[in-house]
Write a protein that binds this ligand. Sequence first.
Ligand code: AMP
Length: 350
Amino acid sequence: MIDQGGTIGILGGGQLGRMLAMAAAALGYRCHVFTPERDSVAGEVSHQTTCSPWTDDQAIRAFADDCDVITLEFENVPVAPLGPLAAKLFPGVRALEIAQDRLNEKRFVTELGGKPAPFHPVESQTDLAEAIERIGVPGILKTRRDGYDGKGQWRIRSARDAEAIRLPSAPTVYEGFVEFEAEFSVILARGHDGAIRYWDSSQNVHEGGILARSSLPAAPIIVDQVEEARELAAKVASALDYVGVLTLEFFATSAGPIFNEMAPRVHNSGHWTIEGAATSQFANHIRAICGLPLGITSLVARELAMDNVIGPDIERALERLRESDTHVHIYGKKQAVEGRKMGHVTRLVR
Ligand code: AMP
């Protein structure tokens, strides 16, 4: 167990780190953020920030020495320089290695009995032609690494689209387009003792590859498929001896839940848990990595909706405080660039 007043290291300086640091502070912990980014929004609410490149070995060592336990808010941290802090890192390096590469992730989940969309690795035009021959169109070509919020993805509607595409230099994976009825995620927290708690699975709606809204209650098809999806998530968590919050995203289809991707961290589709659940994903993540008992995750509202506030819409976010039982979160990012997640608003009906 991490003693009161102990220091939690956070790799990454974004809004997830900010909300983790706020939950950690509520339990009397101090946070130390490691990020290459200047003026990070997590650093703004933390005790200390190391602003260095991931490859700065000396800075990584000093950070590891200063922290009692270390976690991450961003999964695309390069793994090779993390050696000096690996023993204190939860979730561990293996979870990161798998989640950083869409191809590894799909293979890993398939071995555990999960069903992703049909997929095929693509590094050349020949591979792409083969992928389309095998899987058909429409489909989506995705970079294996570093994609997020729909970035690094190309829709392919016809064989002609595929011929015209200029492949990126990085390896990609082609996957069949899933005709889903709805999208949902399974978010769980797993403690050092293997105990697992799940939050309700909200229905997630994406616009342009970015999460726009998570809401509850979810569509009946989601409710019907959550149990199977949870079983897979629990298998993933135990195969990785996972500690902390883990997220798996799914498409609800007439053929059952289709695995989309996983994130070894707290997730945007769980932001509603701050006000909408007895214990939030952020609070339980801190509890899990610090070896504290997990809190109950039950829903405290009849209905709720979490809306992301993207880009310049942030200027009007505070207006939503006029609505009843509505909670506005502003991440404090300086530039309201189009497509950037600037805050979120959760509205409850109790
Ligand atoms: P991703 O970054 O892979 O989670 O993709 C972002 C969003 O794009 C998903 O949440 C879906 O709305 C959509 N999407 C991604 N892959 C597929 C697919 N194979 N079939 C249908 N929609 C997809």
